[in-house]
Design a protein around this ligand. Structure first.
Ligand code: ADP
Ligand code: MG
Length: 704
């Protein structure tokens, strides 16, 4: 464990990260300038610059003990991938030198044939290319293989199609920048050069003792328990959230923070979450690509450190039925390169107008593209949260809180606002905005998309997901609305009038998506239906929007995804859904047949035997007889339901068409799996603990 009195955190932080600060120190000034210009999309990367950076990167990495480098990328699996190469190059006299060229920095050629491509890459053309993403810093990974220099990259096919989650993300950032700058210029801002989406993801996870984990094939193979009955205590005492952190967990968190700080991730907040043994970690926000890469590293580090500490970190959206699942709150905002947060309500008429205009754009984007926003969080695992018996609901709505909503309503109805600015400033006649509740307790925690004072918190995202896709969709949706706003503003004679008209028109048309009440209630489900808001309860239906003409056009317009790329993603995500459920169903059948059925049978037999022995002695034990019968009945029912599951599973597996196959998994396999589970869970409550073959929720959730 690092002793912070010997190595101060300020020194430790970023020591394994080739950040701009390190580049500033290690690169000639002109090269450093060039790299920053490339990061800001002001100029193209040249091989000359890459050569110098590569040499500096190599020297830095080697000085830290690195033997290998890897292009680190985000294939469509949602995970990260890496293929390691040693720096070594043999010399003619049988020795080696440590080499790393500019070419090796900017381009890699991993064999791409085993990554999902959704038909984008012809099988004979297995080559894929990785290309250096200059917007996210290289870092060192230290593990049993030694120290490896990891270079964040984008992953594309031989024909230039995006095979990963990074390329579309970068394009969406660019699209959003372009349209936001247009709006700012139209508002008279001449100083901002770029608008950058910023992201701070809060990551939820569970920790469990590894000994129990190792005895749960369902956790090992699927990340969630497919059986498990609730113990006498769940989360009802509300004693875990923000509670004192247990010693063992504190020790884990300390090491986790240390590891993250080393690679330059500003892990800041940590606390106990709502469910027992559930926790959260949140870093300070960063630009989107850095935040996306960092979050992948956070997930990986969570897993690694937990293992080192004899625990397992569960990132699954719903590892345990009956207690809260885990999400990832994607805090999102827009900042200018000169330091203005566009969602920070200001103190003067000018910034107020800007704030209201950009906030209106988000309202419109969330309403118009609600299906897309929903689809960005659509996975088999997240179905257990969204639209199930847990929040946030699958209905996309946006929270603003009372005062702001009133202000929007006033503008929409033309009330109370007069157009008074005569001195040429841009304004709405609103000199100060109502102060917004920044206090945590005042916030609405049930909204899937909540305004929290100076940013939006998108809460539908699943805990195990890459945040690249949610941010890509969000950026693109907002870019589209901003482009329409810019069209109007650029042609307006009277900007003040135009701003007011845009907000009025847009908000009036999309106010239905604003909801400040409790999003977890049945009333909201009914109310949302009356408002005409979509409520898509499963991932398979949700993903369909990806191939709707409007979506394809949206992504094409902003050059984020081509038609082909959109279609391929639809197929990949459906395939992933089907495979995930297929594994879960397989594990369910296996546990039912080889674990639960034998255990229950043994116990029923024990009871019957004991009853008959007692009866031979002239003692009548009806309790044992009744219990044996009851267990035998439940076991028979378990057997029957398992047979039924096996049948629908085989049928689903045989379906050729991926859309139909995913649907079959969703509508037939999932319910059949639940039916088996009910029987298994009922048996768990009755069968003797010493005969039950799986650690129970009491151990998994409460022992650490
Ligand atoms: P809460 O749990 O109340 O939502 P936290 O402090 O746990 O609050 O998390 C807030 C998150 O929002 C942090 O990750 C923080 O970095 C992030 N955040 C704050 N400001 C911004 C911003 N301008 N853009 C993006 N994310 C932000
Ligand atoms: Mg939060």
């Amino acid at each position: 464990m690092v002793d912070f009195t010997k190595i101060p955190i300020t020194e430790l932080f970023g020591s394994n990260c080739f950040s701009n600060a390190v580049m500033y120190k290690r690169l000639p000034k002109n090269i450093y300038k060039a790299i920053v210009a490339v990061q800001n999309e002001e100029q193209e990367l040249t091989l000359e610059v890459a050569e110098v950076v590569a040499a500096a990167m190599r020297d830095w990495a080697i000085s830290k003990g690195a033997s290998h480098y890897t292009h680190w990328f985000h294939p469509l699996t949602g995970l990260t991938a890496e293929k390691h190469d040693a720096f070594i190059a043999p010399t003619s006299d049988g020795q080696i030198i440590m080499e790393f060229s500019g070419k090796e920095l900017i381009k890699g050629e991993p064999d791409a044939s085993s990554f999902p491509s959704g038909g984008l890459r012809a099988t004979f053309e297995a080559r894929g290319y990785t290309a250096w993403d200059v917007t996210s810093p290289a870092f060192l990974k230290q593990d049993a293989t030694g120290t490896t220099l990891c270079i964040p990259t984008a992953f594309i096919s031989y024909y230039g199609q995006a095979l990963d989650k990074k390329v579309p993300l970068l394009k969406s950032i660019e699209a959003l920048n372009k349209q936001a700058i247009r709006v700012l210029r139209a508002l008279g801002n001449e100083t901002a050069k770029r608008v950058i989406p910023t992201v701070g993801p809060e990551q939820e996870y569970f920790l469990i003792d590894r000994e129990y984990y190792n005895k749960r094939p369902d956790l090992i193979l699927t990340g969630r328990t497919v059986f498990g009955s609730m113990p006498a205590k769940g989360q009802e005492l509300e004693d875990h959230y923000f509670g004192a952190i247990k010693e063992r967990v504190a020790d884990f968190m300390r090491e986790l923070n240390t590891e993250l700080w080393k690679v330059g991730i500003a892990a800041k907040t940590q606390h106990n979450e709502v469910a027992p043994n559930q926790f959260e970690i949140a870093p300070v926000f960063a630009t989107t690509t850095i935040a996306v890469d960092a979050n992948q590293l956070v997930m990986e580090t969570l897993k690694n450190v937990a293992r080192r500490k004899g625990m397992e970190a569960l990132l699954h959206e719903k590892p345990f039925a009956g207690v809260n699942g885990s999400g990832k709150h994607n805090n999102w905002s827009l900042a200018t390169d000169d330091g203005t947060n566009l969602f920070e309500p200001g103190a003067n008429p000018e910034s107020n107008a800007r704030f209201l205009l950009f906030a209106t754009a988000v309202v419109e984007a969330i309403d118009r593209y609600a299906l897309l926003i929903r689809a960005s969080a659509a996975t088999a695992a997240n179905d257990h949260r969204l639209g199930a018996n847990e929040a946030p609901p699958a209905i996309v709505s946006i929270f603003f809180g009372g005062p702001l909503t009133e202000l929007f309503e006033d503008i929409a109805t033309g009330k109370s606002l007069h157009h008074t600015d005569s001195n040429g400033t841009i304004g709405l006649g609103v000199t100060s905005l109502p102060s917004l509740p920044k206090d945590v307790s005042d916030r609405n925690r049930t909204s899937p998309f909540a305004f929290t004072g100076n940013k939006f918190e998108f809460r539908m995202v699943g805990s195990s997901q890459s945040i690249a896709t949610p941010n890509t969709y969000l950026n693109t949706a907002v870019a589209q609305v901003l482009s329409e706003f810019a069209d109007k503003l650029e042609h307006a004679q009277d900007k003040n009038q135009a701003i007011q008209a845009i907000i009025k028109e847009s908000y009036s048309a999309h106010r239905r998506v604003v909801f400040n009440g409790n999003g977890y209630t049945d009333e909201w489900v009914k109310e949302a239906e009356i408002r005409g808001l979509p409520n898509v309860r499963n991932a398979v239906d949700a993903l369909a929007v990806l191939v709707q003409e409007e979506t394809i056009k949206l992504f094409e317009t902003h050059k984020v995804l081509t038609r082909e790329e959109s279609e391929s993603r639809y197929h990949i995500y459906l395939e992933k859904y089907a495979r995930q459920v297929n594994i879960e169903a397989g594990v369910t059948v296996d546990l039912a047949q080889r674990y639960i059925f034998p255990a229950a049978t043994r116990y029923a037999k024990n009871l019957a035997k004991s009853a008959s022995a007692l009866s031979g002695l002239g003692v009548k034990n009806t309790a044992q007889v009744e219990q044996a019968k009851h267990i035998a009945e439940l076991t028979a029912e378990l057997f029957k339901k398992t047979e039924e599951l096996s049948q629908v599973l085989t049928k689903a597996q045989d379906i050729e068409n991926v859309i139909e196959r995913a649907k079959a998994y969703c509508t037939t396999v999932c319910p059949a799996m639940n039916a088996v589970r009910s029987q298994g869970d009922a048996l768990e409550k009755l069968v003797a603990k010493d005969l039950w073959p799986l650690p129970g929720y009491d151990e998994l959730l409460f022992k650490l």
